[in-house]
Write a protein that binds this ligand. Structure first.
Ligand code: BJW
Length: 252
């Protein structure tokens, strides 16, 4: 990675409003499978069979078996150097926020607090009758599909499936952040799943400087001001150090 471009350096000097968006790529090196690409989940499974409300209606057992399998993988995973660099960014910049599409909870475990899990969290379950949400860390699940201890209805993972709306309150906050951020850092997302895929365009429209980190170009690359090609766990710690150098040179 070369030196940080002057335009970005100036923004850091002025006190950066930093918004970070992450996708499955950041957790890839923690051993969590991504969705698309060579080894992606959608190569082996059809999204329509597993990640839609219709799939759950048709076969809740199959859907829960898939989630149980993913929970087993994620329970063993640890945050990597990419997650840790983003947690350090939160500590470094008072105007920081993270929107993650990931449901694995690894950002929280790395130490991020100012974050929105916009597609939900795999460690939360929701009662399909009453809508109550609570934590469930049972691995493996004792009962598949699990049922609500109170009313006996089916539980579902508290995640957002295809064809479902995202939480309107989360969306309202996301658009407010996209409007106000000066730098948008987009990490490890293929940029194809709406509405998050359109977020970089929204930020750009409001004048944000867009930095993208990915192992390969995506639709977002063409509007990125800075494309850092490589693994998130390798690029982000270096990028963080560059940001720190900028801050130091400001105070000297
Ligand atoms: C690295 C790396 C390393 C690898 N370092 N990088 C038009 C037509 C048809 C449908 C639609 C349409 N417009 C909108 C829709 C609906 C749909 C949609 O967008 N579909 C598109 C696929 C076309 N969207 C929705 O349904 C959303 N709801 C909605 O829009 O409501 C209104 C509405 C409904 C219906 C119609 C129209 C409007 C909800 C979307 C919910 C997505 N849910 C999932 C599952 C969550 C739960 C779970 O995990 O089980 O969310 S799907 C999956 O994709 C998951 C992810 O969060 C999401 C995004 O994936 P992500 O993170 O980008 O991962 P990958 O694998 O795609 O990419 C990884 C990237 O990392 C790659 O670029 C790699 O190169 C890179 N990488 N290693 C750095 N080491």
């Amino acid at each position: 990675m070369g030196e940080i471009p002057k335009a970005l350096r100036e923004k850091v000097h002025k006190g950066l409003k930093l918004l970070v968006i992450t996708g499955a790529g950041i957790s890839a090196e923690s051993g969590v499978p991504t969705f698309r690409g060579e080894d992606g989940l959608w190569k082996r499974y059809r999204a329509e069979d597993l990640a839609t409300p219709w799939a759950f209606e048709r076969d809740p057992k199959l859907v829960w078996e898939w989630y149980n399998w993913r929970r087993e993988i994620i329970a063993k995973a640890e945050p990597n150097a990419g997650h840790r660099a983003i947690a350090e960014m939160e500590a470094l910049f008072p105007n920081f926020f993270l929107i993650t599409q990931n449901v694995d909870g690894l950002h929280r475990r790395a130490g991020n607090h100012k974050l929105m899990e916009i597609h939900g969290n795999l460690w939360l379950v929701r009662c399909t009758r009453e809508g109550a949400v609570w934590e469930n860390h049972e691995v493996p699940l004792k009962e598949i599909p699990p049922r609500c201890g109170r009313c006996g209805a089916l539980l579902r993972p508290h995640v957002v499936w295809f064809g479902e709306s995202l939480d309107p309150e989360n969306l309202r906050l996301a658009y407010q952040l996209l409007k106000g951020c000066e730098v948008l850092l987009v990490v490890g997302t293929s940029g194809v799943v709406q509405p998050v895929a359109s977020f970089p365009w929204e930020a750009k429209r409001h004048g944000a400087y867009v930095v993208e980190v990915n192992i390969e170009p995506t639709p977002i690359t063409r509007i990125s001001d800075l494309f850092l090609k490589g693994k998130a766990s390798e690029i982000l710690p270096v990028f963080l150090n560059e940001l720190k150098d900028c801050l130091l040179s400001r105070s000297n």
